[in-house]
Design a protein around this ligand. Sequence first.
Ligand code: SR1
Ligand code: MG
Length: 407
Amino acid sequence: MRDFTTTYFTMVEADALDYVKTRLSFFPDDAELTCKEIGDGNLNYVFRIIDTKTGKSLIVKQAGPVARISDEFKLSPDRNRIESEILSLQHKLAPGFVPMMFHYDPIMNCCAMEDLSDHEIMRTALLQYKKFPLFADHITTFLVNTLLLTSDVVMDHKEKKELVKQFINPELCEITEDLVFTEPFIDHPRNDVFEATKEFIQENIWGDPELALETAKLKLEFMTNAQSLLHGDLHTGSIFIKEDSTKIIDPEFAFYGPIGYDVGNVIANLIFAYVHARATIDDEAKKVDYMSYLEDTIVDTIDLYKDKFMVAWDEKALDPVASYPGFKEYYIGKVLDNTAAVTGLELCRRIIGIAHVKDITSIQDQDKRAAAEKICLSVGKMLILEREWVKTGEDYVKVIREFEQLF
Ligand code: SR1
Ligand code: MG
């Protein structure tokens, strides 16, 4: 058995099993444990350990020194500390919406947490056309509780600044700065463009100086506006879901940034599911039904978010300036501008950049995939350029409808 107490190394299944037996007291001594590596993300190793006698189970997540997607990305395994600490904090701010943390190990850069195998990854579920009527309500509670409640309008300012320090996350932020804000909007060697969409991208994205300028402003906003403690990578692959429960996982990109970054990521990834359904459901009635479910979810997520934010502001915003007439409306207005822009950025970067989404890459018909990509890019561009005019759920639906007619 290898030594887990002195030097970090990346574990394989047998190591994770030994780790759980020797370093944790989660299972009884007579447990019959099996271990499987189940990670399918871009960065980490995820082991599920099950006691076959009782069915009791646990997840061990370890941060590797390089990203799984490409060893070009060398990353400090300290992101596992960030993930462990923010999950503990979010558990207090938004009880029931994150997995329970049991253990963090700063030598092995791993943590142990609740196994959510009775849930499924939301992206996978949406690609199977499943519906989750409670999602918009759940995610908006999570967003308001984790974002507004970690902002300066609610928190003691010195305590907030301590959190800013605790969650400084330069390497993961750099990935976002590069992969979301920079590379997709220039002809960068790391981009990975679908051949049938390339000309469209050259003309409409890389060839547009006005768009480039707006992405520069948004990048600086992302880097300098320490507004709230973000999840930082809130796509549908970071959400475990079942009919009556939503759990937000994988907050390793957490840092203090602009609120719209989390909300916009949720909306963009609902739009990916929407264009996937449009391209892949043959039965017309089923297609209309599923797409309108996703439209409703987009509308409800924006509108409920705004409503709950306003209510929470009235109850919890303690800074004296929070009650000045018009300030709440100004603040939420800025958050909604940024939300629209980030929705647009995420829509473009998942099509053009290195990190794609299955919603798009799994569309087998090449013409339909190209059409889906052009809708995402057109909607994305419009949301970036016209962000100040996109304030309600219905505004998003109008933009989507406008462009889906064209492709
Ligand atoms: C190198 S990491 C690529 C992407 O995967 C993560 O989930 C983030 O979305 C990141 O941009
Ligand atoms: Mg992730």
